[in-house]
Design a protein around this ligand. Structure first.
Ligand SMILES: Cc1cc2nc3c(=O)[nH]c(=O)nc-3n(C[C@H](O)[C@H](O)[C@H](O)COP(=O)(O)OP(=O)(O)OC[C@H]3O[C@@H](n4cnc5c(N)ncnc54)[C@H](O)[C@@H]3O)c2cc1C
Ligand code: SF4
Length: 522
């Protein structure tokens, strides 16, 4: 065998398991479909590589994939570092009572707690310093107080490197105010200067992304990470171990290859891992005995966003960490079904101008013009009066992922989602009603998206499940330790194994589960 372990995907599940197993002395290979990114090549202009297209990844391999299904669209990352490159950095434990049902008995809050703490420490998670509250945090606190929930206002824990000395007086300096140094793992990072771009890549590397902690340590310890490599099949070998087949994306072409290893850890995310295993079971037939539960009980994690408009209030959604505070209805309340967060928006126009200004090909006069436009945009942000109220909730986790033909005339198989909204409607309506209360209480005008009011369509960045944990092959695809039922040495370790809606941002729980899975591999 060329490797001891092949890890498929490099998001929270893949980065953490590859790091821990390489540290244990295994020879680890990570296969990741997305590119390597850093602040020099993040997409900014309209012509840049924003989008990943599963139909033609050899030509279109940007870092965000949007999958659309009836009544549900799902946003996922494609990058070395997975969703962490474009996520909003919130790192939050799931409430204790979310483990009361639907999980194997081994998985409890107390069991995960040490792993939650490890992820928090490794990713350097902390709250926004008290001298750096964003305007949206102030609005959130005021809203909470006005609707009688002042005691539930919380600052959120973020995987961001802050500088206590930074103040909003430094805001106009932009990226220049960031201080660069090596983090605890030896990777270079800057400090947060509230540029508001967390969801499109931090221009100063203040986000504690996986490529600057877990993956960085894995590679330093000897793990090999191959970017632009799409895994297409997993096949058991006579005598043990697996052959993993893949397509390497090179110069607009797909070049087939394969590697072998004793252990394989599938960590391609909720949709990616489920689709890969469905193909192995139902198309290539290489893993015919995978559980009949595969694809069932998928959850959108109850995500919902309601923008509200304020005529005379500065909400500045383009300034500061994308999300930084919450009204924590879960805190001590086992009946709560959702919580509220502030949301943010990157200022794409300003960023495009920034990028053009920095381009050596831009002429002197154009640069001077851009300079003044960019200065005006920093002063007079056109989105200033918008507050994106955000939330997650406990939906019914009753989606079913399968493979089906693209259309009546196109028999090529693609991932399909059967999402029945009826049982989750109540929680979304409760979120909408709280968003409206908060908006009116603070003199805002909410605009509930017609995609919900008219069409009952949702969009989520938090897909969960598809290869769910269960107690046996009849109730799940993997056991409590991520081991695939019926296939020794094959694991799933990512958001696909989460069997219930968490109702909060999921990365910390996925990370804790991955830490636990790696700790149980001898
Ligand atoms: C815009 C946005 C904001 C978010 N904000 C937050 C937040 O603030 N806090 C939070 O907790 N969560 C947030 N999330 C969700 C979070 O990013 C995910 O829950 C998390 O990344 C899931 O981890 P994972 O390991 O399951 O999968 P991922 O991080 O998605 O990693 C899977 C990796 O596998 C790769 N892959 C897929 N298929 C293949 C294949 N066939 N071969 C090789 N590689 C493959 C993908 O390219 C990807 O890099 C956000 C997500 C988005 C999109
Ligand atoms: S607010 Fe800006 S500087 Fe801070 S983490 Fe987000 S993108 Fe980076």
């Amino acid at each position: 065998m060329a490797f001891d372990v092949i890890v498929i995907g490099s998001g929270f599940g893949g980065a953490i398991t590859s790091c821990r197993l390489q540290q244990k002395g295994y020879r680890v290979l990570v296969l990741e479909r997305g590119r390597r990114w850093d602040k020099t090549n993040f997409p900014r202009g309209p012509e840049d590589a924003w989008v990943w297209d599963s139909d033609k990844p050899e030509h279109c391999n940007g870092w965000l994939e949007l999958r659309t299904f009836p009544h549900m669209s799902v946003a996922v990352g494609a990058a070395v570092g997975g969703g962490s490159l474009i996520y909003a950095n919130i790192s939050r434990e799931a409430p204790r009572w979310r483990f009361a049902k639907g999980w194997p008995p081994e998985i409890t809050y107390d069991e995960l707690k040490p792993h939650y703490d490890t992820v928090k420490a490794f990713m350097n998670v902390r709250e926004v310093p008290d001298n750096q509250w964003t305007p949206r945090m102030r609005l959130m606190k005021e809203g909470a107080e006005k609707v009688g929930l002042g005691d539930r206002f919380r600052k959120l824990e973020l995987a961001v490197t802050f500088d206590e000395a930074f103040t909003y007086d430094d805001l106009a300096k932009g990226a220049a105010a960031s201080r660069s140094s090596l983090n605890a793992h030896g990777a270079e990072q800057g400090t947060c200067v509230h540029l508001g771009n967390c969801d499109i890549g931090c221009d100063v590397h203040a986000k504690n992304t996986l490529d600057r902690n877990y993956l960085f340590v894995a590679e330093k310890a000897g793990a090999e990470v191959r970017a632009l490599t799409i895994v297409t099949n997993i096949e058991p070998l006579a005598g043990g171990g697996y052959r993993v087949s893949f397509d390497r994306l090179e110069n607009g072409a797909r070049i087939a290859g394969s590697e072998t290893a004793k252990l394989v850890i599938v960590a391609a995310g909720s949709l990616g891992s489920t689709e890969l295993l469905l193909r192995c079971r139902d198309v290539t037939g290489s893993l015919p005995n995978l559980s009949g539960f595969l694809g069932r009980d998928w959850s959108s994690n109850g995500d919902f966003l309601t923008p509200a408009f304020y005529a005379s209030r500065d909400c500045s959604p383009t300034v500061g960490p994308t999300i930084a505070s919450a009204i924590d209805l879960y805190d001590g309340d086992a009946d709560a079904t959702f919580w509220i967060q502030d949301g943010g928006l990157p200022n794409l126009t300003r960023d495009y101008l920034d990028r053009m200004r920095a381009d050596p090909a831009t002429g002197f006069e154009t640069k001077a013009l851009l300079e003044s436009m960019q200065w005006l945009l920093r002063r007079d942000d056109p989105l200033k009066g918008v507050m994106p109220w955000f939330a997650q909730g406990v939906d019914a986790a009753n989606g079913v992922l399968t493979l089906g033909p693209r259309s009546a005339v196109d028999p090529r198989l693609r991932l399909c989602l059967d999402w029945e909204i009826e049982r989750s409607k109540e929680v979304i309506d409760a979120i909408v009603s709280m968003h409206k209360r908060l908006s009116y209480a603070t003199n805002g005008e909410p605009l509930v998206p017609p995609t919900w009011t008219l069409f009952k369509n949702l969009i989520t960045p938090h897909p969960l499940g598809g290869c769910n944990m269960g107690v046996d092959v009849a109730t799940g695809v993997v056991d409590h330790a991520g081991r695939v039922f019926g296939y020794p040495g094959l694991y799933v370790a990512d958001g696909a194994i989460v069997p219930e809606a968490l109702g909060v941002n999921p990365s910390r729980t996925i990370g804790a589960l991955a830490e636990r899975i790696a700790s149980l591999i001898p």
